[in-house]
Write a protein that binds this ligand. Structure first.
Ligand code: DC
Length: 220
């Protein structure tokens, strides 16, 4: 059997730095990288594009059966269209958080994520990767940071594209998403006992990666 260490899961709240860390870690190990939040954002993008009402679960289900999401390097495509930049707005962030609480959306994206894990040699990050997508992974991490630090990081990212954004609005936004992501019924964000907890508030990127690499279990 393939050793389980070839799947590394990183879960945590919005703005904890999962994306940056997971991407660099994957590069360092020569693994693939899957940003599962980008999948929910891609779905939200299509919801907005097709003006689908989130209460219309039938329409959502149909859309999820038809949608084609693909990656090429750091880029993500929906039905062949590059949406990498468009999915990174505050509006899509909020819509993706709402959409991700709906069971048909989570079910629609499950197999894609699970199948990528089954191929191994992957760093996967999100909210439920170590609990629902690949609970048997041997190396699971929970990446956290203070709410102020997370909001600051998100704000720096968002204001490049949106000059109207404020730090106060970003803090409120993050609080709302934290609450929704961790209290929803389906696969809420959860730290389990088998996850290694890393608080990145006062660590730089290299220090976080170092900590993760030090903690990786050898295959048995
Ligand atoms: O990490 P992110 O901000 O790009 O994720 C966008 C939203 O997608 C987030 O608010 C919650 C949802 N999400 C999820 O429910 N499960 C995941 N594994 C990843 C993201």
């Amino acid at each position: 059997m393939e050793p389980m260490k070839t799947v590394i899961t990183i879960d945590g709240p919005s703005g904890a730095g999962k994306g940056t860390i997971a991407r660099l870690l994957a590069k360092k190990l020569g693994y693939k990288y899957l940003d599962t939040g980008a999948l929910y954002r891609a779905v939200a993008w299509k919801v907005r594009e097709e003006r689908i009402n989130l209460d219309n679960h039938g329409a959502l289900k149909k859309m999820l059966e038809d949608i084609e999401i693909s990656f090429n390097g750091d880029k993500i495509f929906v039905d062949g269209m590059d949406v990498s930049l468009e999915i990174r707005t505050a509006e899509i962030g909020e819509l993706s958080s709402q959409a991700s609480a709906i069971p048909v959306v989570r079910e629609g994206l499950f197999s894609l994520q699970r199948n990528m894990c089954l191929q191994g040699r992957i760093v996967i990050e999100g909210r439920d990767t170590g609990t629902t997508i690949f609970p048997e992974a041997e190396n699971k991490f929970f990446l956290d940071a203070s709410i102020e630090e997370r909001a600051k990081r998100r704000y720096e990212e968002l204001r490049i594209k949106d000059s109207g954004i404020t730090l106060e609005a970003t803090i409120e936004d993050i609080k709302k998403r934290d609450l929704r992501d961790s209290t929803r019924q389906n696969s809420p964000l959860l730290k389990t006992d088998d996850m290694i907890y890393i608080d990145s508030t006062s660590l730089n990127i290299d220090e976080v990666i170092e900590k993760i690499i030090e903690s990786l279990k050898e295959s048995r």
